[in-house]
Write a protein that binds this ligand. Structure first.
Ligand code: DQA
Length: 145
């Protein structure tokens, strides 16, 4: 039976959402995002396991753990998008559909944010839609799996 569970992963500094540069990232907190993602997924009969970490290895561990009990992964890798081959490799290894989310439009910002290692392994990427981007990712994954 296909697992009806999604992994929601948020990377470094996203625990500060709400107070962190609200002019860029908005005023929605991470707790709000986790709550709305969970509620929306539940409408489609999916559970959500939400993980946030400021540590690259902890994010790799959470991604690996999803291999056997999740149907898809929503991830905002935050700054690790631009640096982490380890996270991209973990996402490839678990062989699950991946939706990459960025609150801000990374292509309209500093050049170092334009490249994401995760985009090369994600099925879909959404950036610049703010917190609503996570909801689009839920809708994409539940339609996909
Ligand atoms: C981010 C964009 C990244 O460049 C940045 O390092 C973040 C958040 C976003 O959601 O817009 O921490 O992923």
């Amino acid at each position: 039976m296909t697992e009806r569970r999604l992994l929601l992963v948020n990377g470094p500094n996203l625990n500060l959402l709400g107070t962190r540069q609200p002019e860029i990232y908005g005023s929605t907190t991470l707790a709000d995002i986790e709550k709305s993602v969970t509620a929306l997924a539940a409408e489609f009969g999916f559970e959500v396991r939400a993980v946030q970490s400021n540590h690259e290895g902890a994010l790799v561990d959470a991604i690996q753990a999803a291999r056997t009990d999740c149907a898809g992964i929503i991830i905002n890798p935050a700054a690790y998008s631009h640096t982490s081959v380890a996270i991209a490799d973990a996402l490839t290894s678990v062989e699950l559909p991946v939706a990459e989310v960025h609150l801000s439009n990374i292509h309209r910002r500093e050049e170092f944010r334009h490249h994401s290692y995760v985009s090369a392994v994600a099925e879909m990427v959404i950036c610049g839609a703010g917190a609503a981007g996570y909801e689009y990712a839920v809708r994409y994954l539940v339609g996909r799996v």
